[in-house]
Write a protein that binds this ligand. Structure first.
Ligand SMILES: C[S@@+](CC[C@H](N)C(=O)[O-])C[C@H]1O[C@@H](n2cnc3c(N)ncnc32)[C@H](O)[C@@H]1O
Length: 337
């Protein structure tokens, strides 16, 4: 027998004003793309996903059942949701994203080079949606973590967070921020620091580790190309990364970060569990989406068609590429043996 019948309701999803600062003129398109990618399987008719502007407010109108409300609450663009009673009345829904930590953990720290918080959340949602490792995702890696926006989000989603960053100064900055947040919000924790493996050349290979109530936060300094050694071959359910854009950040002697990603790609995949998913935020001017996709296609991965381009500036059109590591067919392997 099929499960209990869940009535579909007509909902209006209010797009957050913050989304304008994250996705710019393409804000509505990105919101619709995220909704369709993450919750598309639950809608019966794609045509019912429509944009509506009321006054200065932008809504995405959808038809959904109550079983989707918790997922709705975690969409990056959402400010609120209302049931449309069909007579011009809007009844607000209580959406609870159930994030365990204060908002300031993610939003309370501004610095040059920080990835927009909502863009990071979108990438995280996409990677989680596509992860199929045979268990609920528990671990995230950001192999170019900067000062940790992705890692702080991961904590909000109940994941264990690990980052690699080549700029050694990030370590002390993140340490200070975590210490401050834990003190401010009375978050019980233990903090440790040390070095990993043989890669401890100068400041490389140093790490800080925070154990919070149920989760771990770890940041390691080093070159992302050495990820398996730096992380002692640990494998992760998802990888989320905002690549250097080749404008503000230079990943190497060349302007495009493609060479660096090409050098790292195999090792990043080695850090991903079978069925794990990776979401890479990148500037579509360098590398081009097709170049980035081709690089991963060659490595026997699944590159998903999702795309949500949005122009940040004259020289940056940001987009997200989602890649899955294929599941090994264990049963087949066993049969063949
Ligand atoms: C776009 S920034 C990430 C910002 C980060 N999401 C945040 O909000 O703090 C890209 C980062 O990649 C780092 N990076 C570039 N090449 C790297 C490499 N080979 N290994 C590790 N980190 C690298 C840069 O130092 C920079 O901090």
């Amino acid at each position: 027998m099929s499960g209990a019948y869940i009535a579909v309701m007509k909902l209006k999803l209010l797009i957050s004003p913050l989304a304008g600062g994250a996705f710019f003129n393409e804000c509505v398109d990105v919101a619709i793309s995220e909704f369709k990618e993450v919750l598309g399987a639950r809608i019966t008719d794609e045509c019912t996903v429509q944009h509506e502007r009321i006054g200065t407010m932008d809504f995405v109108n959808v038809g959904l059942g109550e079983d989707s409300f918790s997922a709705l609450a975690r969409l990056s663009f959402i400010q609120g949701a209302f049931v449309d009673n069909g007579e011009g009345g809007l009844i607000p829904l209580t959406l609870r994203p159930d994030f365990p930590l204060p908002k300031s953990m993610v939003f309370g720290w501004k610095y040059q080079g920080k990835t927009n918080e909502l863009v990071t959340q979108l990438a995280l949602n996409l990677a989680l949606h596509h992860a199929d490792t045979g268990r609920a995702p528990q671990t995230l890696l950001d192999p170019m973590a900067g000062k940790g926006t992705t890692l702080f989000w991961a904590l909000q989603y109940g994941l264990n967070a690990t980052g690699i960053e080549k700029d050694a100064s990030a370590l002390s900055a993140v340490h200070a921020q975590l210490k401050k947040q834990c003190k401010l919000h009375h978050i019980k924790h233990t903090a440790a620091h040390g070095s990993v493996g043989q890669k401890n050349k100068g400041s490389m290979g140093k790490f800080i580790k925070y154990d919070l109530a149920k989760q771990t936060f770890r940041l390691v300094t080093g070159d992302s190309c050495d990820a398996p050694e730096l992380l002692q071959k640990q494998r992760f359910d998802i990888i989320v990364c905002d690549l250097p854009y080749g404008v503000q950040f230079k990943a190497g002697p060349k302007r495009s970060p493609l060479d660096t990603v090409a050098a790292c790609a195999k090792n990043w995949l080695a850090c991903l569990r079978e069925g794990g998913a990776m979401a890479l935020v990148f500037n579509n001017y360098q590398p081009k989406r097709e170049e980035l996709a081709a690089l991963f296609s060659k490595l026997d991965t699944v590159v998903h068609p999702f795309s949500a381009p949005h122009r940040m500036s004259e020289s940056i059109v940001r987009d997200i590429l989602i890649i899955s590591r294929k599941q090994e067919d264990f049963n087949l392997n066993r049969l063949v043996r």
